[in-house]
Design a protein around this ligand. Sequence first.
Ligand code: MN
Length: 260
Amino acid sequence: MKILVTNDDGVYAPGLWAAVDALEGLGEVVVVAPDREQSGVGASVTLNSPVRVVEVVPPLEGIHTYAVEGTPADSVIVALESLVENVGMVVSGFNSGFNLGEDVLVSGTVGAVLQGYFRGIPSLAVSVGSLHATDFRAANLLLTALAQEVAEGGLPRSVLLNANLPPVAPKEIKGIDMTRLARRRYADTVRKGDDGKRAYYWITRTRPAWDVEEGTDVWSVRHRRISITPLQTDMTAASVLVGAIGLSERLQRLFGPVSS
Ligand code: MN
């Protein structure tokens, strides 16, 4: 099996090479990742300029490694469409820092694997909850097990999993849960300033106020457990569709019957 590894922390991030280490025995690993940190770019794709790619010297011998002047999603698109044939699994990680709840929508780690998922390739995003994570042993064990499942056909091809681990040693992990995304109560804040020439606005990620309900990804990692959330891209709010009666009547007066 060919395994594509990418991330949003940049091609030389230690977490990526820890992921490669976990996967090396399971197939041919190819690394295609942004040439610099791209956290927070989400599923962004470069459409208005060419995407340049250079093969670079890997920290681990024998791994074909490409640095992409673009986003994590660009990296996976270029890899799957042009650089690497017959990829059986796409892995993004190990990201330094959690990707929980609604943050998956701005996560470059998750944005990368969406491109594998769109193409029907089993895709895994794995994050360790520390910006300075150095202990990837638990992530290594988890990824090896998940990759073995994929290799043995134990997961559906259309699967997209977002895994988060507390930044602790394997023996300190209390358990593992299949979870749903948590919700935040507020989003980013803005600091206004002036650099002497012009005003600027600095968007700052503050500590989110999470609704920590049992069953969510945030609950699990807060309880020192591993969280695995299966994701899908159909964001249609079915309950709102059914419930939007008042809106439907207003629209019917304008445009005729609303079907659903
Ligand atoms: Mn990152």
